[in-house]
Each structure stands twice: as C-alpha cells, then as structure tokens.
Design a protein around this ligand. Structure first.
Ligand code: DAH
Length: 339
C-alpha cells in the first residue's frame, strides 16, 4: 500500500506540473482526490490492514492528500498568474506607434462655390428653391416666350423624353414655376443641373449647372438688377471687381444683357486668364419680359422684376483657374483633393 501511495504521489506531481489549463487541473483533482478517485480507493482498502499498520498508512495517505491539495493550489495560482500576464501583454498599447490618419473627404469645388453663392444671396434676402430636371416643354420653353419654332431653341437642343417633356436646358423654368405658385414680392435663387445635347470638350458638357435668380416686386428697375449683381460679384471675386453690361437678347427678358466682370487676375489689363480681354463673361440677365409675367398670372402694369442665370462651372473655373470643364466630372481624387 505504501508503494501504491508513493506511486499516486509521483503520478500526481508529474500530471499537475504539466497541467496547462484550469479545466485539466479540475479533471486531475477529481482523478486523484475525488470520491471515486485513486486516493479514496486506497483509503477504502485500509480496513483490511493490521491495527499496527493502519495508523501509519492512514497518516501517509493524509500526507499524500495534503501534498496533492497543495500542489493543485500552487499550479492553479501559477496558471492564473500566467493568464493575467498574457492579458496584460495583449492589452498593452504602444502609444509610440504612428497612427493611421483617416482620409478626409472635402467638398467638390462646384459645391464649395455654390455654397458661397448661396450665402451671398441669402445675405441679400433671397430664398432657395428647387425645380425638376425632367421638365415640361411648356416651362422650359413656351412659358419663357420661346415657342416651338423659335430660333433660340437651336442653341438649346436637348434630350426629349417625348414631344412635351424634356431634360431642362436651363434653370429659367423655375422662374415660371415660382411665379405661378407665389405672389410677389419674390426673391429666389434656384441652383441645379441642366442638360444640352452637346458633345463633351473642354468648354462643353451635356450636363452642367446654373443658378437662376428672380426678383419680382412693385417698382423693380434695372438699377436693382445692377446693384444686386455688383454686390454678388464683389463678394465672390473681391471689392475691386467691376461689372460690364453688354446688350444681348434672351426671349424671356427685355432688355437683356450679358454681364462681364473685370478680370480678377489682371484687373482689366489683359492676361492669359481673360484671354487678353480684361473682361470675363459670367452670366446672362435682364428685366422679366411682360409676356412671361402675364403667362404666370402677374400683372405687368403693377409688377416688374429682373432675372439672371449664372453658369456655375464658369464662376468656379475663374475662382480656381480650372481651364478644362471635364475635370469637374471625372471624379479624379488627384484633381478634387486640391480644393
Ligand atoms: N437661361 C439662360 C441660358 O441658359 C441664362 C439666363 C439669361 C437666365 C438671362 C436668366 C436671364 O434668368 O434673365 O443661357
């Protein structure tokens, strides 16, 4: 029996020493000390011993049980300590490692200039309205005094959904939609996409952007138009900017004008950007034609107003010196991240 106990002790010592997990430890505890364990089996056999031997073996068995118990506790502590050490290692943060900088997006140049433009007009009391890009021929042309056979349609050829529905060629139809809905005084701008069946090149795109403006009230004159546009241009291109109004023709305004700003680069001397002209064309405008007012149910004898249409790509081009319009739409991050 002595040998048996000694064997249990040495087996337990070896098994416990190499136990790697708490689960294994628990299995070993059951195996050696449990009710059906090896030590219990020995103790159960003690009845057969002689009265002299019994206390000796009993003492030895107790010693072996204590030994195994202590060894179990020690191994358990070792495993727990090792686990804790590993946890600390895993959770350690090296604060000296350089971080991964998140890539920051930015506004598209057209959006950024449009935002500035909106701020300027909101500052003058304008509100912003939206209009549909798929538009009735009536709003895009007819109501704006451009009947079916009018030559002005030639320069604004577009994509026809059917005879009466087109992709709008200009933001001007929003003027009509607004006047139909709202009684004067009206002071709105309407930015948006417009479409023309033009081939893509450096200065043309089948899709581009305009910002329409419309002011209708009693006693509005060309002086109001000039004052408004002058303030706009000075805010966008600087205090020294001068405006030049050139007579022009638009079917929906009378009189009509195209507006140039003095070149922000050379101040009017003539340079590469203004192609030696000293002036840069940025928009079309005029006093709303009485026929258009009538088409919208507004009495031209009581009310008058002005309208303008700004080319967003043009305005942006001169803000950032971008000479090829295609760059705006290619979504090349190397281009876009410069703004
Ligand atoms: N819609 C015109 C165009 O696309 C621009 C324009 C000119 C708009 C004069 C206006 C305006 O409101 O009064 O060429």
């Amino acid at each position: 029996m002595k040998e048996k106990l000694a064997k249990i002790k040495s087996m337990a010592e070896e098994a416990l020493g190499s136990a790697k997990t708490l689960d294994t430890l628990e299995e070993l505890r059951v195996k050696f000390l449990g009710k059906k364990g090896e030590l219990t089996a020995v103790m159960k056999g003690m009845g057969a011993l002689s009265p002299e031997e019994r206390p000796k073996i009993g003492q030895l068995a107790n010693e072996v049980r204590d030994f195994i118990g202590t060894a179990l506790d020690e191994q358990k502590e070792k495993l727990l300590a090792a686990a804790e050490e590993q946890r600390i290692k895993d959770e350690t943060i090296d604060v000296t490692i350089p971080g991964n900088r998140p890539k920051k997006g930015g506004k598209h140049p057209l959006t950024s200039v449009l935002d500035d433009l909106k701020d300027i007009f909101i500052g003058m009391g304008f509100s912003i309205v939206d209009g549909p890009e798929v538009e009735l021929d009536y709003y895009n042309f007819e109501a704006l005094n451009i009947p079916k056979d009018h030559p002005a349609r030639d320069t604004q050829d577009t994509f026809y959904i059917n005879d009466n529905v087109v992709l709008r060629t200009q933001t001007s139809p929003v003027q009509v939609r607004t006047m139909e809905k709202q009684k004067p005084p009206i002071r709105i701008i309407s930015p948006g996409r417009v479409y023309r069946s033009d081939a893509v090149d450096a200065t043309h795109s089948p899709v581009f952007h305009q910002v329409e403006g419309l002011v209708i009230d009693k006693g509005i004159t060309m002086a109001d138009l000039k004052g408004t546009l002058e303030l706009f241009a000075k805010k966008l291109y600087g205090e020294n900017t001068r405006l030049r109004f050139r007579p022009h023709h638009f079917p929906f305004t009378e009189p009509s004008a195209e507006v140039d700003i003095s070149c922000f680069n050379c101040g009017g001397e003539g340079c590469r950007i203004c192609k030696g002209e000293g002036w840069i064309e940025i928009l079309g405008c005029g006093m709303v034609h009485p026929k258009v007012l009538k088409n919208c149910g507004i009495d031209p004898d009581v009310y008058s107003g002005f309208a303008f249409g700004i080319g967003l790509e043009r305005v942006t081009q001169f803000r950032y010196d971008v000479t090829d319009m295609r760059l705006y739409y290619e979504n090349d991050v190397r281009f876009l991240s410069q703004f």
